[in-house]
Design a protein around this ligand. Sequence first.
Ligand code: UDP
Length: 246
Amino acid sequence: MPDASMPAGAPVYKRVLLKLSGESFCRPGESGISLSEVSIICEQIKRVVATGVQLAIVCGGGNILRGKEFSASNSIVIPSTAHYMGMLATVINGLALQDALESFGVATRLQSAIRMEGVAEPFIRRRCIRHLEKGRVVILAAGTGSPFVTTDTAAALRAREIDADVVVKATRVDGIYSEDPLKNPHAMRYSEITYQDVIRQGLQVMDMQAMHHCMEHGIPIVVLNYQKPGNIERAIAGERMGTRVG
Ligand code: UDP
């Protein structure tokens, strides 16, 4: 077991795609944005970037609105509109994250898959990579820009596009379990698992489209609990942390 009081070692991944779900923007069980929750992530991101790692972040929007849930709960807003609303929710989170990170002294750029020049740069792969090379954290908002998928899929696609070495999925659980650990205290945590086993067992870790994409292109995924300080750095330093899917 890694000693949590020891600093993490040197990074083994050079370019990292961090997937932050909407839930990391709000207090557990709540919705909206809590800047104290966002700060937990910002502190870690600041330390990660200081090690020279290139970091792109895909923001979720579930703390504000998920298209599927919203369209299921009313019959007036059509499903595609609801998904666009969900994508805009990710931009709201991205804006909050950008200012929060900059208040920690981290240089950032916000890029959106839906054009909105007054608010964010458009997502342009080459420009994104250039920012990363200059040490800026690039926040990728508005998912893929197309409805009916999730930001997990956006994270997997962007990881491939920017040639990231790993996808780190930050959650509030310690990794992937055989069953929901909240329902079964005897559920077992995997320290490593294959993409195939995640898919075969239908483990709820990332949407399956994203999992298939990572599998097809050999992009490893690390699922970890971002609320434990140092976890993100330790994962990037290659320590056994959370669950590694590969
Ligand atoms: N969304 C979409 N296309 C995308 C990414 C996201 O339509 O490429 C919508 C979708 O409705 C989704 C919502 O944006 O429910 C918010 O994203 P997500 O549910 O992935 O957020 P998270 O669960 O990570 O908080």
